[in-house]
Design a protein. Structure first.
Length: 296
């Protein structure tokens, strides 16, 4: 399994039914995504509300994703926390279930310094011996992995890439200049994929692809041969991407995924459903775009 995918991975949503996970709906959604040409499944991340799942729930979603993927695409499990030892223990359980890679967020609340980041990520990678994707999202953790730290971590045999959710293309360009050519760089921002690709990025870990996997995945593939056509495709989808910022992720995408039948519209507190008017507008945009394509 080549975990260094090129193109669109999906930060998969988690469907709830009351206080439990609707595992049947989760499995249906995974099949929908794979059958519509996504390149990787990212489970239990921010969009999957991983921070409010129990360990048993996380392991069950991982087990299902590995079984459904069946080697067709890599399964990357979000196992990172602000507790190094707890992260190791959970990551080893995920490894035993057959995940292809783990994704590690920077520690939050008890945030550390750059030396601490080096020690945290290295200690986990050494203990788990599984490919590691770093996850830099300073808007949520209030800290960033500095370029020099990423460069040092890129020398580790198990640390192969980073999900860059800074939204700062200059940060990405600086990374590109200091890491090896085979170090994977994935955008964590759907609205910034074109400049990310232009700067040499390997793909995106997408939110919107939960609802339009084929259409969003095709942008990367088209970009490799026809930049102007890729821009046209992206601009056609931008009216649907922009409304996802009307509320905190994953609130808007959960509403859209529920509309197309792969969620029940429920979130776990402290997240609450989107305002009715915002939901209505999001669905109207989706339907308007769907009329001009094969979205269904």
């Amino acid at each position: 399994m080549n975990i260094h995918f090129k193109g669109t991975g999906v930060a998969v949503t988690t469907p709830f039914n009351g206080q439990t996970i609707d595992y049947n709906l989760f499995e249906d959604h995974l099949n929908f995504l794979i059958n519509n040409n996504v390149e990787a499944l990212i489970i239990n991340g921010t969009t999957g509300e991983g921070s409010t799942l129990t360990e048993d729930e996380k392991l069950k979603t991982i087990e299902i994703a590995v079984r459904v993927a069946h080697g067709r695409v890599p399964v990357i499990a979000g196992t990172g926390t602000n507790n190094t030892q707890a992260t190791i223990e959970h990551s080893l359980k995920a490894k035993a279930l057959g995940v292809d890679s783990i994704m590690l967020i920077t520690p939050y609340y008890n945030k550390t310094n750059q030396r601490g980041l080096l020690a945290h990520f290295t200690t986990i990678a050494d203990a788990v011996e599984l490919p590691v994707l770093l996850y830099n999202v300073p808007a949520r953790t209030n800290m960033t992995i500095e370029q020099e730290t990423v460069a040092a971590l890129a020398e580790h045999p198990y640390i192969y890439g980073i999900k860059d959710a800074t939204g700062d293309i200059n940060y990405m360009k600086a990374l590109k200049s200091v890491v090896p050519d085979d170090f994977a760089l994935y955008s964590g921002n759907d609205d910034a994929v074109l400049p990310f690709y232009e700067a040499g990025g390997d793909g995106v870990i997408s939110v919107i692809a939960n609802a339009i996997p084929a259409e969003f995945s095709d942008i990367y593939r088209t970009y490799q041969v026809n930049r102007h056509e890729a821009e046209r495709q992206f601009n056609n989808l931008l009216p649907l991407i922009n409304p996802l910022s009307v509320d905190v992720n994953p609130i808007p995408i959960k509403a859209l995924v529920a509309y197309i039948g792969y969620a029940n519209g429920e979130l776990r507190l402290p997240l609450v459903p989107m305002l009715e008017q915002d939901t209505k507008q999001l669905i109207e945009v989706y339907n308007r775009i769907a009329k001009g394509s094969d979205l269904s």
